[in-house]
Design a protein around this ligand. Structure first.
Ligand SMILES: [Zn+2]
Length: 138
C-alpha cells in the first residue's frame, strides 16, 4: 500500500538513531553530553551550548498538546491523509517540542484543549520509515 504521506528524504546521518528508534517503537531524543539538555530536531551541534558531543536518550513518549490547528484542506498533494485532521505541536515531558498529527480523536475544537495530555503512537509508513503520531492519553 502506498504511504499516505511524503517520506522524509534524505535521512541524514545525525538523525539515523531517531529513525532507527521509531522503527523499534521507541521515541529517542538527542541529548547534549556537555550541558545535558535534550533537544529536537536532531542536529550535529547542541542548540544550547554548541557542543558537538551528542548522545541519545529514550523519551517517555508522553507530553502535552502545546498548540494545535485543524486543517480542513490539504495544500500538499503528496499528503493523502483525508482532511479534516489535527496539526499538533506537542511539548514532550523532556522539554523539546515536536510537530505531528493528533489522531484517534475527533478533529473538533470542542474535543481538544491546549495542555491536554498526549502520548506517542507509531505509524509505520514503509519498512524503513516509521513516524510518530500523537493521541490523547487516557
Ligand atoms: Zn549543550
Amino acid at each position: 500500500m502506498e504511504p499516505q504521506r511524503p517520506l522524509p528524504q534524505p535521512i541524514t546521518p545525525e538523525a539515523r538513531p531517531y529513525w532507527d528508534g521509531l522503527k523499534e517503537g521507541k521515541l529517542r531524543l538527542p541529548r547534549c553530553r556537555e550541558c545535558g539538555r535534550p533537544f529536537f530536531y536532531p542536529r550535529v551541534a547542541c542548540p544550547f551550548c554548541a557542543s558537538r558531543t551528542i548522545a541519545w536518550m529514550d523519551a517517555s513518549g508522553r507530553g502535552k498538546l502545546h498548540s494545535f490547528s485543524i486543517a480542513h484542506q490539504s495544500f500538499n498533494r503528496a499528503l493523502k491523509v483525508p482532511p479534516p485532521y489535527v496539526l499538533a505541536l506537542v511539548e514532550l515531558e523532556e522539554g523539546p517540542r515536536m510537530m505531528g498529527n493528533l489522531v484517534n480523536v475527533e478533529p473538533d475544537p470542542a474535543r481538544l484543549a491546549c495542555d491536554m495530555p498526549v502520548r506517542v503512537v507509531f505509524s509505520k509508513l514503509t519498512d524503513d520509515v516509521t513516524i510518530p503520531l500523537w493521541e490523547p492519553a487516557r
